[in-house]
Design a protein around this ligand. Structure first.
Ligand code: PXP
Length: 247
């Protein structure tokens, strides 16, 4: 179905748990394969500069083990660009890691350094990676993303989810309104719209219902839920919630 909302499962927190003991278990590659078998449309993983999530060797291992696309999350650094170009994942999602790379809302700062960012993403695009920019639902950031030729944006749902968890429903709804407006603006500019960060069974429905949104990337909640019900069940329940919201 052309219009099916894709679910990207972020397996970083399996790696976080592995790294807590410094050994090989639990294996994020096994999580990626299991997520694929459970119906994930893609795997998302972030090679952080401090390597606290996946490690360098995980990238090739995950890509070799899965038959679905890898969405490789990376900071906009020379080191990460070299690594991405060596692996050529299906998608490269540029995320902020340092304070000076992010806007006050937590997304990537694109508008204030649009020329620099355009140059940064060009080799990734030339290598065939679908470049995505993880930005706040801020009209200036969205129009800058379109201006520099990024094909995809991922809008940051973290504040929306945090306000929900805090019970500040007025602020949550204001954030949701910003996300709705942002998705419309982006789609009008020809951008493919993804969303993610902090989503759970409680917060996913209004986001999944937005017709402009093509993909959700969800990790922390699913890996946490997997401790109690197993990863396949957690993914199946999330998928059902997404599809119910889509109608
Ligand atoms: N999308 C992006 C760009 C992210 O950086 C993250 C977190 O690594 C996620 C989605 C998933 O967020 P969460 O783990 O809170 O579901």
């Amino acid at each position: 179905m052309a219009d099916r909302l894709r679910l990207g499962v972020n397996i970083d927190h399996v790696a976080t748990l592995r790294n807590a003991r410094g050994g090989a278990l639990p294996d994020p590659v096994r999580a990626a394969v299991m997520a694929e078998q459970a119906g994930a449309d893609g795997i998302t993983a972030h090679l952080r500069e401090d390597r606290r999530h996946i490690r360098d060797a995980d990238i090739g291992a995950i890509m070799a083990a899965i038959g679905i696309p890898l969405n490789f999350e990376m900071a906009a650094t020379a080191e990460m660009q070299t690594i991405a170009l060596a692996h050529r994942p299906h998608a490269a999602c540029i995320v902020p890691e340092r304070r000076e790379e992010r806007t006050t809302e937590g997304g990537l700062e694109v508008a204030a350094r649009a020329d620099w960012m355009a140059e940064y993403i060009a080799p990734l695009r030339d290598a065939g990676c679908r470049v995505s920019l993880f930005i706040a639902a801020d009209p200036d950031q969205i129009s800058a993303a379109a201006r520099i030729g990024a094909p995809v944006i991922e809008l940051h749902t973290g504040a929306y989810c945090d306000f929900h968890a805090e019970g500040d429903f007025a602020a949550r709804d204001a954030e949701l309104a910003r996300l709705i407006d942002g998705a419309k603006q982006a789609a009008d500019l020809g951008l493919e719209v993804h969303m993610g960060h902090g989503l759970s069974y409680d917060t996913v429905a209004p986001i999944a219902a937005l017709p402009e949104v093509r993909e959700l990337n969800i990790g922390h909640f699913l890996i946490g839920e997997a401790v109690f019900v197993g990863l396949p069940q957690a993914i199946a329940t999330m998928r059902a919630a997404m599809e119910a919201a889509r109608g």
